[in-house]
Design a protein around this ligand. Structure first.
Ligand SMILES: C[S@@+](CC[C@H](N)C(=O)[O-])C[C@H]1O[C@@H](n2cnc3c(N)ncnc32)[C@H](O)[C@@H]1O
Length: 201
C-alpha cells in the first residue's frame, strides 16, 4: 500500500464536511478528533495480517481509522466499529457502505461490542481510561489478539514539567494488565505514539 488509500481521503473529506477535527489547527482538536496518518498506517499493518480475522473499533469518528483498516485487511476479514455520535456515525456509514465487510454501529460500544466478541484486533479510540473497562476490553480479544490505543505523547516530546512524565493514564492501563505483552511505538512525526498490546493467554 503506497500513500493514502482513496477511502481514507473520502473519510477525511467527510470529517471536514461535518466539522470533525482532522488536524491540530482545526477547532475542537484534542477532544475527540480524527486519527493521524501514522496511526492509520500502523493499523493497516496489523489489519493486513488478520486472515479470517474479526476487527473492532471503539469510536468510529467519520471512518478514517476504519478506512485504513479495510483498505489493508484480507478479503476474509471483517470490521465492526461503534460510534456514539449519530452525525459522525452516519458520515462514516456513507463512506464505508462500499465495503460489505464493514458494519458501522450507532451507539455506545459498551453495549454493542461485547456480544460480538472475540476479536483479533481492537482499536480502542474513544477515551477508555477505567482499569476495569480496559480489562473487559482485553477480555474481548482472542489469545494472540492485539489492542491499540493512540494519542499518547512520547516522553521526549513532553515538556520537562509535564505530569505525564510521572504518570500517564493510558500507559498505566497497559502496565496493569497481566494478560498483555505491550510496548509503545513512536510515530514517524516523533510527537505522537501508540500503545500496542498482544493478549498472551
Ligand atoms: C478520537 S475520536 C475517533 C476517531 C476515529 N477512530 C478515527 O480514526 O478518525 C473518538 C470518537 O469516539 C466517540 N465515542 C466516545 N465515547 C464513545 C462510546 N462510549 N461508544 C462509542 N463511541 C464513542 C466520539 O463520539 C468520537 O467520535
Amino acid at each position: 500500500m503506497a500513500g493514502t488509500p482513496e477511502l481514507v481521503a473520502q473519510a477525511v473529506a467527510a470529517a471536514r464536511h461535518i466539522g470533525f477535527p482532522v488536524t491540530a489547527d482545526d477547532p475542537g482538536h484534542g477532544c475527540g478528533s480524527a486519527s493521524l496518518p501514522g496511526t492509520g498506517r500502523f493499523l493497516a499493518v496489523l489489519a493486513g495480517g488478520c486472515h479470517g480475522g474479526r476487527i473492532a473499533e471503539l469510536g468510529t469518528g467519520t471512518g478514517i481509522g476504519s478506512a485504513w483498516i479495510v483498505s489493508a485487511m484480507p478479503a476474509d476479514a471483517t470490521l465492526v466499529t461503534a460510534e456514539i455520535d449519530p452525525a459522525r456515525a452516519a458520515a462514516a456509514a456513507e463512506v464505508l457502505a462500499i465495503d460489505p465487510r464493514v458494519a458501522v454501529l450507532i451507539g455506545d460500544w459498551r453495549a454493542l461490542l461485547p456480544p460480538l466478541a472475540p476479536f483479533d484486533l481492537i482499536f480502542a479510540d474513544c477515551g477508555v481510561r477505567d482499569r476495569r473497562e480496559f480489562g473487559s476490553l482485553v477480555g474481548m480479544l482472542t489469545p494472540g489478539g492485539r489492542i491499540v490505543m493512540d494519542d499518547v505523547t512520547p516522553e521526549l516530546a513532553l515538556p520537562a514539567d509535564s505530569p505525564l512524565r510521572d504518570y500517564d493514564p493510558k500507559r498505566a492501563l497497559f502496565e496493569a494488565e497481566d494478560l498483555l505483552l505491550w510496548t509503545e511505538v513512536v510515530l514517524p512525526d516523533l510527537r505522537n505514539s501508540l500503545l500496542v498490546g498482544t493478549r498472551i493467554s
